[in-house]
Design a protein around this ligand. Structure first.
Ligand SMILES: Nc1ncnc2c1ncn2[C@@H]1O[C@H](COP(=O)(O)OP(=O)(O)OP(=O)(O)O)[C@@H](O)[C@H]1O
Ligand SMILES: [Mg+2]
Ligand SMILES: [Zn+2]
Length: 371
C-alpha cells in the first residue's frame, strides 16, 4: 500500500501541519514541563495517528533532538511496531469501562524499553460514558513517564472534562499544493509517469485527506494504459469527472459562438457517462473564476493554489476573450441550468443545450454592444 510505504517517519516529512509540529517540538525541548495528555482532532487522513507515532518515537529515541533519528534501536522497534512502550488502542472496538480499567493497570507499570510509555487511543470519540469517567480519573493521576494521546475525527463528542485536561491540536485538511507535491514525489520514486493536472484532480477529489489521495493514485497507477502514466484522461475515466482543460475547451467553444462544437461536447459528455450535474457544476466553477479574475486580477494568486500552471494560463487566456458582464451572465445561465438538471428533465441533456444556445446568444450581444 502506497499510503503505508509513504507514511512520514519524522516530523520533517509531515506536510501541512506546521503549527502542530512546531508546538510539539517545543514541548519536547522542555521535558520538565511536558504535558501528558493530548487530543489530536481532525478529519481522516490528515496525519493524526502518524504524528502521534512520531511524537512517541521522538520521546523515546536515543539520539533525538528536533526529530527522531530513525536509526537507533528504539526508532527501529517503533517503525516495526515492536516497541512495547507504545500502545495503540482502537477505541472503536474497546469502548467500555473494563477496557479502560485494564488500561489503568497497564499504566501502573514502568516503561519496559524506553523512557516514556505512550498510549494512543484511536477513534477516541467511540468510548462509552463510563469509560470516559474511568479515563478522566486515569488522566488525573498519570505517572510522570506516561503520555496519553487521544486521536479523533469527532472532537465534539469528547467530554469537556477531558478536553480541559489535555492539549488539543486540530489537524487541518491538507492543501492542494502540498498534496500534489507529495504525490509527485511518490510518482518519481515509484517510476509512475504523470500529468500534473491529473494529480491536481486526484488531490481535489480527496478533499484534504492525504491517505485518500495516495490510495487513489495507487489504484490509478495499477491501471495505466500503454505506459502513458496517470493522465488527465485516465483520472477522468476513474472519477467520472472532466478535467479543467476540457471544461475550458467547452467554454471556449461557447465564446467562439461555435454551436456545433459546444453541442457535440455535451453529447459526448453524456454518452461517455459523465455526470451532467457535475459537469455543469465544474463549468460554473470555472466561469466563476473567470468573472472574479476579471473584476479582481489578484485572484490569480488564489487560483495558483488550486490549478496547475498550464490550466491557470488557459484560464487567463479565456478571461481575455470576454468581459466581466459576459461572464456574469454566463454564470447566471449555468446556475439556472443546475436547477433544471436537478429536476430530471424529459431529455437529460436539454438544460445544458439551452444553456449553450442562450450562452452563445449572449456572447453575440456582448460582442455587438462592444463590451
Ligand atoms: N500530514 C501528512 N503529511 C504526509 N502524509 C500524510 C499526512 N497525513 C496523512 N498522510 C498520509 O496518509 C496516511 C494516513 O495518515 P494517518 O493514519 O496519520 O491519518 P489519520 O489522521 O490518523 O486518519 P484517520 O482519522 O483515518 O485515522 C499516512 O500513512 C500518510 O501516507
Ligand atoms: Mg488515525
Ligand atoms: Zn532514534
Amino acid at each position: 500500500m502506497l499510503y503505508r510505504k509513504y507514511r512520514p517517519s519524522t516530523f520533517e516529512d509531515i506536510i501541512g501541519q506546521d503549527i502542530i509540529v512546531t508546538v510539539l517540538r517545543n514541548f519536547l525541548k522542555n521535558e520538565e514541563k511536558l504535558p501528558q495528555g493530548y487530543v489530536f482532532a481532525g478529519q481522516r487522513g490528515t496525519g493524526k495517528t502518524t504524528t502521534a507515532r512520531i511524537f512517541a518515537k521522538t520521546l523515546n529515541c536515543q539520539n533525538a533532538k528536533n526529530d527522531p533519528c530513525d536509526t537507533c534501536m528504539t526508532c527501529d522497534l517503533i517503525n516495526k511496531n515492536q516497541f512495547l512502550d507504545l500502545v495503540e488502542i482502537d477505541a472503536a472496538s474497546h469502548r467500555g469501562i473494563d477496557e479502560i480499567r485494564n488500561l489503568k493497570e497497564h499504566i501502573g507499570f514502568r516503561p519496559l524499553q524506553g523512557k516514556y510509555k505512550v498510549f494512543i487511543l484511536d477513534e477516541a470519540h467511540m468510548l462509552t460514558a463510563p469509560a470516559w469517567n474511568a479515563l478522566l480519573k486515569t488522566l488525573e493521576e498519570l505517572p510522570k513517564t506516561v503520555i496519553f494521546i487521544l486521536a479523533t475525527t469527532e472532537p465534539e463528542k469528547i467530554p469537556n472534562t477531558i478536553l480541559s485536561r489535555v492539549q488539543r491540536f486540530d489537524f487541518r485538511r491538507i492543501g492542494l499544493v502540498d498534496m500534489v507535491e507529495k504525490l509527485k514525489k511518490i510518482c518519481a520514486q515509484e517510476d509512475i509517469p504523470y500529468e500534473e493536472g491529473a494529480l491536481y484532480m486526484i488531490a481535489e477529489e480527496s478533499q484534504g485527506a492525504m491517505r485518500d489521495a495516495e490510495t487513489m493514485l495507487e489504484k490509478m497507477s495499477l491501471s495505466i494504459k500503454e505506459k502513458k502514466g496517470v493522465t488527465e484522461t485516465l483520472v477522468e475515466e476513474f472519477l467520472g469527472k472532466l478535467s479543467a482543460h476540457k471544461i475550458l475547451e467547452f467554454l471556449q467553444s461557447i465564446i467562439a459562438q461555435d454551436h456545433e462544437a459546444a453541442l457535440n461536447f455535451i453529447q459526448s459528455v453524456y454518452q461517455e457517462g459523465f455526470d451532467l450535474i457535475h459537469f455543469n457544476k465544474e463549468a460554473l466553477r470555472i466561469v466563476r473564476e473567470l468573472l472574479i479574475l476579471k473584476v479582481h486580477p489578484q485572484w490569480k494568486n488564489q487560483l495558483s493554489r488550486q490549478y496547475p500552471v498550464d490550466v491557470l494560463e488557459k484560464i487567463e487566456e479565456v478571461a481575455k476573450t470576454g468581459s466581466a458582464g459576459l461572464f456574469r451572465r454566463l454564470l447566471k445561465i449555468f446556475l439556472h441550468c443546475e436547477m433544471q438538471l436537478r429536476r430530471e428533465p424529459p431529455i437529460l441533456t436539454l438544460p445544458l443545450e439551452i444553456a449553450v444556445v442562450e450562452g452563445i446568444a449572449i456572447v453575440k450581444l456582448s460582442k455587438k454592444g462592444g463590451k
